[in-house]
Design a binder for this molecule. Structure first.
Ligand code: SF4
Length: 418
């Protein structure tokens, strides 16, 4: 159980910098599911001291980066360089003698394998789904932000909700005058399963309201009042086959059967030699993608037909908005009562060591297991606000979040669909 003494809890905030940040679709999602997780991750900005390179997530991020850059000259080389730098970093730690358990060595191998696998996946995808002629890429990796007025109805005073995000790609099809947000995804599950319910998730809805700001960002003021017509999803499933002994080179040997009903017959047998070869693995993966068809690799558009300021989105923004500015103490940020988020994807939440002890023990747990990571500033107009608290628990530095943005014209709600 946690302490009910607020003074004791406030003591935790002393000498601690906390932050007020704009919302992203990921922080909204986390806040909806667990307020405490949101508090640790986005208000206290805590991350575990060392996060192992997870096989799945590192593959996912390399695939994503390749999706982004493989369409431009030398893009693949650029990703190779980035992965190489990360590997160098891990090698340095390993060679300094800090790798007592061999974790860094394993992570280096994981990164090398993942880069090769990701390169193969994206090459297969690009061959299968070439970009249509007449498509103009307006920008990639566009950092956009709006202060969204989420007031519901005329009687509610303005509720300024700053929302930021990075759009993977913005495409314009002159033919048909269509504007699409393109998003790259990869998944370990079949595509139809992964996309179940996708159309009402936060991602397409949030990116849609960011489009006006993204267009301004890439200098297309001529299109700025447009809302996106739809979303293009480029999505790939990670092949469930791994490189193995079956990917070694082989020769065919003839062999005469010496016994049994087929005695005397000559059969052909594969005799493998050497190490598994990535080229053979690539061919096996191509066959795997050919067998699975659109369930494993797909590129398709979803047209929007709902009001961009629809009631569901407004309700969501109204639900989370107060948590951006509340004093970040456990009393105000409850844990997930279902505990389902605590063990989602069969992984224990990274804040479990904190949640499972009394807050009075948090300073010691944080000291040994976490570090504070300053939030990144994608856009100066949406820079996080650092907040410190006085000894009494009163707020020492605080200003209403981003209301200036709304006044300075950053605020741009999309127009309702005609
Ligand atoms: S362990 Fe559970 S309750 Fe605690 S932050 Fe994580 S998800 Fe929330």
């Amino acid at each position: 159980m946690e302490s009910k003494n607020p003074n004791k809890t406030f003591a935790i905030l002393q000498n601690r910098s906390t932050f007020i940040q704009s919302w992203r679709q990921s922080s909204i999602k986390d806040c909806l599911r667990c307020k405490r997780c949101y508090m640790f991750r986005y208000r206290w900005c805590l991350v575990p001291n060392y996060t192992r390179v997870s096989k799945g997530s590192s593959l996912g991020s390399i695939v994503h980066r390749l999706f982004e850059l493989s369409q431009i000259p030398d893009g693949v080389k650029q990703v190779e360089k980035e992965v190489g730098e990360k590997i160098q970093e891990l090698r340095k730690i390993r060679d300094s003698g800090a790798d007592l358990l061999g974790d860094y060595d394993r992570d280096i191998k994981t990164l090398e394998q993942n880069f090769n696998k990701a390169k193969m996946m994206v090459a297969i995808f690009n061959e299968k789904f070439p970009r249509p002629a007449g498509l103009e890429v307006l920008g990639r990796e566009i950092k956009a932000g709006v202060v969204f007025n989420a007031a519901m109805g005329k009687d509610q005073p303005p509720l300024a909700v700053p929302v930021t995000g990075i759009l993977d790609e913005l495409d314009y099809m002159k033919d048909g005058d269509l504007l699409f947000v393109r998003d790259y995804k990869n998944t370990t599950r079949p595509i139809s399963f992964t996309l179940t319910g996708y159309q009402w998730t936060l991602q397409p809805r949030i990116y849609r309201i960011l489009v006006g700001a993204a267009l301004a960002q890439v200098g297309r003021e001529d299109l700025v009042d447009r809302v996106a017509d739809g979303f293009i999803l480029d999505i790939l499933q990670v092949p469930s086959i791994e490189m193995s002994g079956a990917d070694r080179d082989f020769t065919i040997k003839k062999k005469e059967l010496k016994s049994g009903p087929r005695k005397g017959q000559v059969i052909e047998e594969k005799e493998y030699f050497g190490d598994p070869d990535p080229i053979n693995y690539l061919e096996r993966c191509k066959l795997w993608y050919a067998e699975k068809g659109l369930e494993a690799a797909s590129s398709f558009a979803i047209r929007f037909n709902e009001d961009p300021m629809n009631a569901e989105l407004m309700t969501t923004l109204n639900d989370v908005a107060p948590y951006a500015g509340l004093v970040p103490v456990p009393e105000l940020f409850p844990r997930d009562p279902s505990a389902s988020f605590c063990k989602e994807w069969e992984r224990v939440c990274e804040y479990y060591p904190l949640c499972s002890c009394d807050p009075s023990a948090w300073p010691a747990v944080i000291e040994s297991q976490y570090k504070m990571e300053q939030p990144t500033v994608d856009n100066p107009a949406f820079a996080p606000i650092e907040v410190e608290y006085a000894e009494t628990g009163a707020v020492a530095k605080y200003k209403p979040i981003f209301l200036e943005g709304a006044e300075n014209g950053i605020h741009r709600n999309p127009k309702p669909t005609a």
